[in-house]
Design a protein around this ligand. Structure first.
Ligand code: F6P
Length: 403
């Protein structure tokens, strides 16, 4: 095995997914027996500075003591990384904002002969940032603040960093990564960067440890074979939700994603109630296919009132678009965005749940498991079973399980 040394330096504003990516790199590279360690400035700060450093003032460029302390922490981690590499370590990852060229030049110089690869995480989705910040502010360093206070402080912190931000450009080796889409925006490798093909591949891959993909239980609309709408669960549906909560009682589920519709949110309630700590995120990307002028009609009513729609849809269900609504073909991009958002927000969570709808779950399944397009709209999506999906670089698993 080639154990050439490398230093990876994360770059980016707070809450851009840097630590998640650093961990993803470590986990994947470790499975190939590389010795990898992450040096995270935030962790050192929280450990060694007993006073409150969560408030935004600490990060103000005008707070000279704050600047001095943060630079000191960065130097400590740089030294530890050097030591790790000198003592047999293979890949050191410096996980911090590293937004100034000066800081990056210092790292480059101190690493001497060890090649340095900068990875800049960018992502400006406002809604996602707010959700991500809300989640971050639940950690203990914000424990003494109210939620709005914590969010305000975190957003001010980001602004302080943004005011001094110098994007990557003159560095010799870098990747700019859209950390929501897992997409390389720009890249440059002037030197010979060891393990680069492997690292690049990890950066663009979705990693799912355990995803439980569930469809909501029975609704009143389901009973009548009525499509769309925002119907609640029937008594049977409520029972199904209860069984689901019971089923997952002993699994730690830190994140649960639903659509904005009542039926998926209702289905999620018993799971959330049985968990000590579970963040619920309702994404409109997971709302059911919009059936336009057919919304709230039964399949029989569609056949009677709009026979042309019935015929056209039967002929090519995947590409058919409801007048004033959507088709599977147009659903694809929003479902993919929903998946990316869920993965981004849940970061390194070992178990996550998505509760979706019939068409939505078909699209989510086909994202992970290849199906011919014409077969996607017919994938069997029961209401008393769920799909357990694992998708990492070394393992792919699909299992239909009963609850
Ligand atoms: O019938 C339930 C439902 O979720 C509808 O709201 C939706 O229009 C439909 O399933 C999607 O399934 P299909 O594409 O097979 O009509």
């Amino acid at each position: 095995m080639n154990h050439k040394k490398l230093c990876i330096v994360m770059v980016g504003l707070p809450a851009r997914g840097k630590s998640t990516i650093a961990c993803r790199l470590r986990e994947s590279l470790e499975t190939e027996n590389f010795k990898v360690e992450i040096f995270n400035n935030g962790e050192v700060r929280r450990r060694i500075l007993p006073e409150n450093t969560a408030s935004a003032d600490f990060f103000s460029p005008d707070n000279l003591e704050g600047v001095r302390l943060r630079e000191w922490i960065a130097r400590q981690n740089l030294q530890s990384a050097r030591q790790f590499l000198d003592q047999g370590g293979c890949i050191a990852i410096l996980d911090a904002t590293n937004i100034s060229r000066e800081r990056r030049d210092t790292i480059r110089r101190d690493m001497e002969q060890v090649p340095v690869l900068f990875i800049e995480c960018v992502n400006d989705d406002e809604e996602l940032l707010t959700t991500s910040i809300t989640h971050k502010t639940k950690i203990s360093e914000f424990g003494h603040m109210s939620l709005p206070e914590a969010i305000r402080n975190f957003k001010d912190r980001i602004q302080f960093y943004a005011s001094r931000y110098e994007p990557l450009d003159r560095e010799s080796n870098y990747v700019v990564l859209n950390s929501l889409q897992n997409r390389v925006v720009r890249e440059k490798t002037t030197d010979n960067i060891p393990h680069y093909p492997r690292i690049r591949d990890i950066l663009v891959s979705d990693m799912i440890q355990n995803l439980y993909l569930i469809r909501h239980g029975e609704t009143f609309f389901n009973q009548e074979r009525r499509i769309g709408g925002d119907s609640p669960l029937t008594e049977k549906g409520v029972d199904q939700a209860g069984l689901l909560g019971e089923h997952f009682r002993t699994t730690r589920i830190p994140f649960i994603f639903t659509s904005k519709k009542r039926r998926t949110i209702q289905m999620a309630q018993p799971i959330i109630a049985a968990q000590a700590e579970c963040t619920h995120v309702a994404l409109r990307e997971f709302d059911e296919i919009r059936s336009g002028i057919c919304d709230s009609l039964t399949y029989d009513e569609i056949r009677e009132r709009h026979p042309e729609i019935h015929v056209a849809r039967s002929m090519d269900k995947y590409h058919y678009i409801y007048p004033g609504g959507e088709g599977y073909v147009t659903l694809q991009s929003r479902i993919q965005l929903g998946i990316k958002k869920a993965l981004y927000l849940s970061g390194r969570a070992e178990h996550i749940v998505i509760i979706g709808h019939q068409a939505v779950n078909r699209m989510i399944l086909s994202y992970f498991l290849y199906r011919r397009l014409e077969d996607v709209p017919y994938i069997f999506i029961p209401q008393d079973r769920y799909f357990h999906i694992v998708s990492t670089q070394t393992k792919k698993l699909f299992e239909l399980k009963r609850f």
